[in-house]
Design a binder for this molecule. Structure first.
Ligand SMILES: O=C(O)CC1=CCC(=O)O1
Length: 262
């Protein structure tokens, strides 16, 4: 098991592919850990160095006292990449992971060569909605909230699969403090004014049935980036890497080729 003891947190991370290959770093969504990418990793070129991590308060990483700021989450990812000696990274961030990616792209352009912004936006939801969610989680209601959250994560057909229960388990076992700490970071974040400065090549991905970040919302962010293009995956919700892994990989691989990252 790999644990990096960083300046503000201890992060659990995992590496697949070729340790000497070009680096790709994956960042997960709220309520998920690095297993979010389990189906994607084997579909990608194994010549790449494929690194994923549990953000603070999730998975096997430490759970510092909440609330967290987006700067904390960006700093954790930056520290991890520096700890691993990475440069020229393709950073793939889903949802809150995409907010981290947007922040890193302008803070550390030396580190981030290109971005995949999946099911994310420069601003996600409004502060009142997040404050309500924080209150409910602090009252111990994460299990009760799981139904509506899973409806945003997955399409109706996926809800009839045996896998759904496993994702419910992942979500409801997130430490309360880790979950609401990340909600607080999202509530306070609006990166809209940074978008024109994200000059790295970017692939935007949306899920046609995403109830958390609609294709219109994702597109509104991607359209403001100087060097980006946008794709929508049909029939999937907020976590297309889980519901349609082959389609997702079929978007990533040509993007890697286009930016000479294979
Ligand atoms: O839990 C949700 O509603 C989906 C989500 C919002 C931000 C994130 O990372 O996931």
């Amino acid at each position: 098991m790999n644990i990096a003891n960083l300046s503000k947190a201890r992060l659990h991370w995992r590496e697949d592919g070729n340790p000497s290959g070009k680096p790709v770093v994956f960042a997960n969504s709220l309520g998920t850990d690095l297993r979010l990418w389990d189906k994607i990793i084997p579909l990608l070129p194994q010549s790449l160095r494929l690194i994923r991590f549990d953000k603070r308060g999730h998975g096997l990483s430490s759970c510092p006292p909440a609330p967290y700021s987006m700067d904390d989450l960006i700093c954790d990812a930056e520290d991890l990449m520096d700890h691993l000696g990475l440069t020229g990274v393709v950073f793939i961030g889903l949802s809150i992971g995409g907010l981290i990616g947007q922040g890193l792209a302008t803070k550390r352009p030396d580190l981030i060569k290109a971005l995949v912004l999946s099911n994310t936006a420069a601003k996600m939801g409004d502060a009142a909605m997040w404050q309500q969610r924080i209150g409910m989680v602090q009252d111990g209601a994460l299990s009760e909230m799981a139904g509506p959250i899973l409806e945003r994560w997955f399409s109706p057909p996926f809800h009839r699969t045996d896998e759904l229960e496993a994702w419910r388990n992942m979500l409801t076992r997130v430490p309360q403090e880790g979950y609401w700490g990340c909600c607080a970071a999202i509530a306070d974040t609006d990166l809209t004014s940074n978008l024109p400065d994200i000059t790295q090549p970017t692939l935007g991905i949306a899920g046609a049935l995403d109830g958390a970040s609609s294709p219109e919302l994702v597109r509104a962010t991607i359209d403001r980036l100087p060097n980006a293009h946008f794709e929508t995956i049909a029939g999937v919700g907020h976590l297309p890497c889980v519901e349609a892994p082959q389609t997702y990989a079929d978007l990533l691989i040509p993007f890697f080729e286009e930016i000479n990252h294979v």
